[in-house]
Design a protein around this ligand. Sequence first.
Ligand code: SF4
Length: 407
Amino acid sequence: MSADADSRRRREWPGSGLDVAALRAAGVAPVPLRQVVLKIAARCDLDCSYCYVYSLQDTGWRDRPRLMAPSTVRAVAARIREHASTHQLPEVSVVFHGGEPLLAGVQTITRACADLRSVVGEATELTFALQTNGVRLDEAMLTAADREHIFISVSMDGPRESHDRFRVHRDGRGSFDRVDAALRLLASDRYRHLFGGLLAVIDIDADPVGTYRALLEYQPPTVDFLLPFANWTHPPRQPHAAESATPYGDWLAALFEHWYASPQPRTPVRILEETLQLMLGGIGGTEVIGLAPATSVVVETDGSIEQTGGLRAAYDGASATDHTVFGSSFDDLLETPELAARQGGEAVLAAECRSCEWLSVCGGGHYAHRYSAGAGFLRQSVYCSDLKALFARMAVLISGDLRATTS
Ligand code: SF4
């Protein structure tokens, strides 16, 4: 990270302007971390055009080791053990991530599982997951995942034309065929129990229902749709035929209408389920929507502790902290402005969000989508109008159903 990027992080909110001590004095307590995203590999074998690591603002990966060394894995494990012991956590989730984590190879991943389990010890259960682009997902990896109890989630954007528009090899070839083959293997009787779910980035030019149906062909246990990483300084891509001021909200609303009308049991779509739950007065469990505190942290291949990776779409170095697993505990991180800003709920939102009728459902949207050069992360989501359109459409459908069931 350049000195420029570092100084920008310190002079913009929350690096400057968020008083953590005042937040604590006002009763906003830190929340223990429950998920560690382990960047076991810092390179990727695809060249997806929307990737927040390699294709947007961030360049930090260039200086990092390609793979996480076993000594770094053990240092992470020691920090997990320390944090779990301090906060009496019965379970911590470890997600193998990258770049592309399968570039680390089966042996490195297997060894990492063994090292993590042995250093963390039996007082805390570790659950393992792996998020892959699917290109290298084969029998050898799935056999190892079965042995180590690793749940596998795969990035797949929908039918071939959507997937291959963005998720391409370096020479521009689409990756659909290889990912499709890997998904068929993962969905087979032998490995189905390891299937964590599918993750798709919304293609605003694709039909939402067609996209969803294409993903259902793999019979995933869950599907999640991500809004593309964008912010006020780097706004979202607009559809080719821009007829609406809220294309992303309309896209998700059309998906919701189809999904909500589907016969039960319907495949969970995380962003829709979470929003529905929040609208009905429940508590959200993700950083994407709602006021729930962030409880996830990222460790890079060199042991740097970082915030959620999507912040890198804001500017080079936006996800950095001053900490590494070699010198800091995860509790040290909890007291930084960067993490306090992602855990403080309503108290750390922009004025527009605090006075918004959708506050308890939306919570300002994804933190990464709030960035604006100068204001930092103290703004409403760049998808604010889209989210409002989605919520309004959902509210109409839900209230109709509630009236029908109570009359
Ligand atoms: S991002 Fe927009 S919809 Fe969400 S809470 Fe803020 S003002 Fe409301």
